[in-house]
Design a protein around this ligand. Sequence first.
Ligand SMILES: [Zn+2]
Length: 227
Amino acid sequence: MYYYDAHCHYSYLKKKYENFIIAAVSMDYSTSIETLSLKSPDILAGIGIHPWKVHEENLNKVLELVRKADFIGEVGLDYRYAKADKSIQLKYFEAFAEEASNQKKLINVHALDAWEDAFNILQKHNVKRAIFHWYTGPENLLKEIEGAGYFITVNPSVTFQKKHQNIVIKSPLDIILTESDGGYEYKGRLLEPVHIVEAIKEISKLKGTSEEEVNKIVERNFKKAFG
Ligand SMILES: [Zn+2]
C-alpha cells in the first residue's frame, strides 16, 4: 500500500521514503531547480514562488520552469505573514494561475487569511485542478471548492489543531488529500511524509471510516488531482 503526500518540501529532506508518492513543492527559484533535479517515478516536481518569498524573487525566471514541472506550487497569497504588498502577491499569483490554466497543470496553493481571494483568482483564470494546502479556511468555501473540482489537503497537525479537525468533519472525503508539508518545522517538530499515517488515523476517527478506506479514497483523489 502506498501513502500519498500532496504537499512536501522534499528538497529540504531528500530522504528515501518507501511506499510514498510525494508531490514535491518549491519555495523559490533555487529550490525549484533542486526539486526538478529530484524528479522520479515516486517524486512529482512542483515549481513556484511561495508568498513569503515574493518580495525577493524574479517572477519570469520561475515561470519559465513551469514547462518542465509536473505541477505548480507552492504559490499563493498570505495576508498574515508575507513581506510583499498584497498587490505584488496578487500579480505573482495571477501569473501562476494563468500558466496553470494555459499548460493545464495542477496548482498547489497556500492561502493563509486569503482563501476567498485565492479561490476567485483560480476561477477567473479558469484553472481546472487546484489544491488548497493545509485548509483551515472558511467552512462556507468548501462547497465552492467541491463544485470547482478542487481539493484540500489535511496535515498531520489535524491530530490537535481544532479548526483543521472541524474542516475534516465538514468536508466530503471526495475532496480530501493528505500532506506532510515535510521539511517545515511546526511547533518544534520537523514534519515528514511518514507523519501522514497519523493524519489518516485522525481522518478515519473523525469520519467514522476505516483507515484503509480513507487511504483508498485519498489515492483515488491524488490520481485525479495530479493526473
Ligand atoms: Zn508548504
